[in-house]
Design a protein around this ligand. Structure first.
Ligand code: ADP
Ligand code: MG
Length: 287
């Protein structure tokens, strides 16, 4: 039975980069992998395919009525099957519709029966987990969800919102949380901050991905690090993360913090690292 995994996170936090490197690592290790981009940006799988855009499911539905699997997919690095759900025409309609329509179509076309994947990865925008974006975790599409976050407050805020959505839908058969992926780590405190957030919300960190020039350089060639720089330390990080996720059995219903508690927690961290306690900014000087 394939493992269906949704990877959420704030826009620009590194979901597509991380997901694509996990897919590449799993496929390179011999697994059959499908990656489905569920972000209206529709560039989830670009670095698996030389950097080019792929016709989206939603665009194909608009233009052709009922597309075939071949119309809306392409084979990327190491055989990863790449699909982009697509999004609404900007300014019109609901972004979540693309995800719904795409997943419905893929089931109708019996993609999973035919391709027989070991892993299906959904790369989902998580700034707002509205009803549309909650589709992969809401009704049994994904078994587990992960969230990519950095130590920035807005990324943690988005992660906490995902936890709210998971805790809402998990009791009625929704996905549970596999853990947190810490991305763009540059300082020890960033890793500690994310550890602390995970601990307080009842989950754990499954991997720490350093901020690395190797990622940017590989992206300029339209490639994952796994493909472009397989012997780099960064590739080792992604392979370890992929292995961890493949073997992970953690499945929790997280305990999100409420708004004021999250802010107070973030302020404490800020004070400890940059502010009052660190002696850098005394409260009166800050005014
Ligand atoms: P998202 O899919 O969450 O919107 P992307 O995966 O497209 O974000 O990443 C946004 C940018 O950040 C990209 O240019 C990507 O190369 C860069 N990036 C992501 N993770 C890292 C990292 N660990 N080190 C360096 N650059 C990164
Ligand atoms: Mg993306």
């Amino acid at each position: 039975k394939p493992k269906h995994i949704a990877i959420y996170g704030k826009g620009g936090i590194g979901k597509s980069t991380t997901t694509s490197n996990i897919s590449a690592a799993l496929a390179d290790a011999g697994f059959r992998v499908i990656q489905i981009g569920c972000d209206p940006k529709s560039d989830s799988t670009n670095i698996l395919r030389g950097g080019d855009d792929l016709p989206t499911v939603l665009d194909s539905l608009r233009e052709r009525g009922r597309p075939s699997i071949a119309d809306v997919s392409a084979t990327g690095f190491a055989g990863v099957l790449c699909i982009e759900a697509g999004g609404p025409v900007p300014g019109v309609g609901c972004a979540g519709r693309g995800i719904n329509a795409a997943v419905d179509l893929l089931h109708e076309l019996e993609l999973f029966e035919q391709f027989k994947p070991d892993f299906v990865l959904y790369d989902v925008l998580g700034d707002v987990v509205c009803g549309g974006f909650a589709v992969p975790i809401r009704n049994g599409i994904a078994d587990s969800a992960y969230v990519v976050t950095s130590s920035d407050f807005m990324a943690i805020f988005a992660a906490n919102n995902l936890f709210k959505a998971i805790s809402k839908y998990a009791p009625s058969g929704g996905a549970r949380l596999g853990g947190v992926i810490a991305n763009s780590i540059q300082t020890p405190y960033a890793a500690s901050l994310i550890d602390d957030f995970a601990a307080r919300t009842g989950t754990s960190v499954v991997g720490y991905v350093p901020r690395s020039q190797v990622v940017a350089q590989s992206e300029l060639y339209g490639k994952t690090v796994i493909e472009a720089q397989p012997r780099s330390a960064q590739a080792d990080v992604y392979r370890a993360l992929a292995r961890h996720i493949a073997e992970n059995h953690e499945s929790t219903v997280p305990k999100p913090l409420n708004g004021p508690a999250l802010k107070a927690w973030a302020r404490d961290w800020g004070d400890r690292v940059f502010g009052v306690e660190a002696g850098i900014v005394a409260p009166q000087e800050a005014i």
